[in-house]
Design a protein around this ligand. Sequence first.
Ligand code: C2E
Ligand code: CA
Ligand code: CA
Ligand code: CA
Length: 380
Amino acid sequence: FKNINDTEGHERGDQLLISLTERLTSTFVTKGLFISRLGGDEFLLISELASSAERALVEAQRIIDVMREPYIMNDVAMRHTVSMGVVIYPQDGENADAIMRHADLALLSSKNQGGNQVSFFTSQLTQHIHERLMLETALSRSIDLGAFELFLQPKMHAQSLEVTGCEALIRWFKDDGTMISPAVFIPIAESTRLIIGLGKWVIEEACRILQGWVAQGRVVPMAINVSVVQLLEEDFVEFVLACLRKHQVPADMLELEITESTLIDNFDKVVAVLTEVRQNGLRIAMDDFGTGYSSLSNLNRLPIDVIKADKSFVQGVPNEAAITQLIGSIGEVLGVELVAEGVETREQLEWLRQNGFDTLQGFYFSKPIPAHRFEKLFLF
Ligand code: C2E
Ligand code: CA
Ligand code: CA
Ligand code: CA
């Protein structure tokens, strides 16, 4: 279970664990399930009924569903992230030692995928976890070594096609010169909290680049990607503001892109942080819009200036344009700037500018490129 330690104080955590244990035992103990608390927020469940992998999956999913049900404690709505790892005896290990070790690996794999998952032990898992561990180690070493670089991709005004902004996308170059995609290492950085340090580097580097532009009288705002893990840090707002001050960059030149799908579990806290950020003059963009199932009532409460239609929808245009059109209507109702990412063709560009999109971004204009090239091509 995750989130338990977030509740104030140990006593509260203990109280929660007791109520979770009760929920687990009262629902399942009579149904052929042996339950024991391993310590902390980890439980061991043994079932004789789950005689096949299919049965085990059904049972595991049912347990997750029950344990995920929200509840109210001291007027606060709570909901836990539940991760499960499954081993089958005797095929996955013949003694208790092997079984427990493999169960741990399967559990780790569920957590690595963001939780609320069931993972089965497989022999590839050992390999996979090993590779991940190597990457994690390399990542933690690289932060101080200058192995990261911000690439910039222009954002164009849909009508004039002038550059009106850009997005910073991080790149990681390993010792041997190979580049590792942020799609691979950002999730690892998030689950290991390395994202805190890395995210601070991104903020600092963005401000450093912007400082140069401001000094030369070029007012082109930059958007950076921020993970919810960063937002939830106590000193986040303070850090961003201090960075802007230090580099003498006006707050409205920095925009924060937050991925819609990551908000849901911490909605109220995130809204509070974003509100404060915005009161200080920074702009907020909802990234990957349309993939996160925000309820319409939630949308109304989000303090945002921009929504970015996800490229998976944009790329369907003009043949499959229904979702993109809907996103366009939502943007109009909310009165925010509408950005389309992943624009690759002239046809998409034409459709988007005729359907209310203000700003376009994608390979059609430029891939993300090193900052000095961006400056040469688009700014000076
Ligand atoms: P994202 O924020 O949705 O960024 C858009 C991704 O689409 C980028 O991938 C970009 O290179 C790519 N892209 C841009 N135009 C096109 C196009 O026309 N066609 C196609 N097929 N792709 C296009 P990238 O750079 O690999 O980044 C992947 C993801 O990693 C980003 O998705 C973002 O979620 C995350 N990320 C990148 N940099 C950072 C960062 O500094 N901090 C954090 N927290 N996340 C980052
Ligand atoms: Ca983005
Ligand atoms: Ca994203
Ligand atoms: Ca996206």
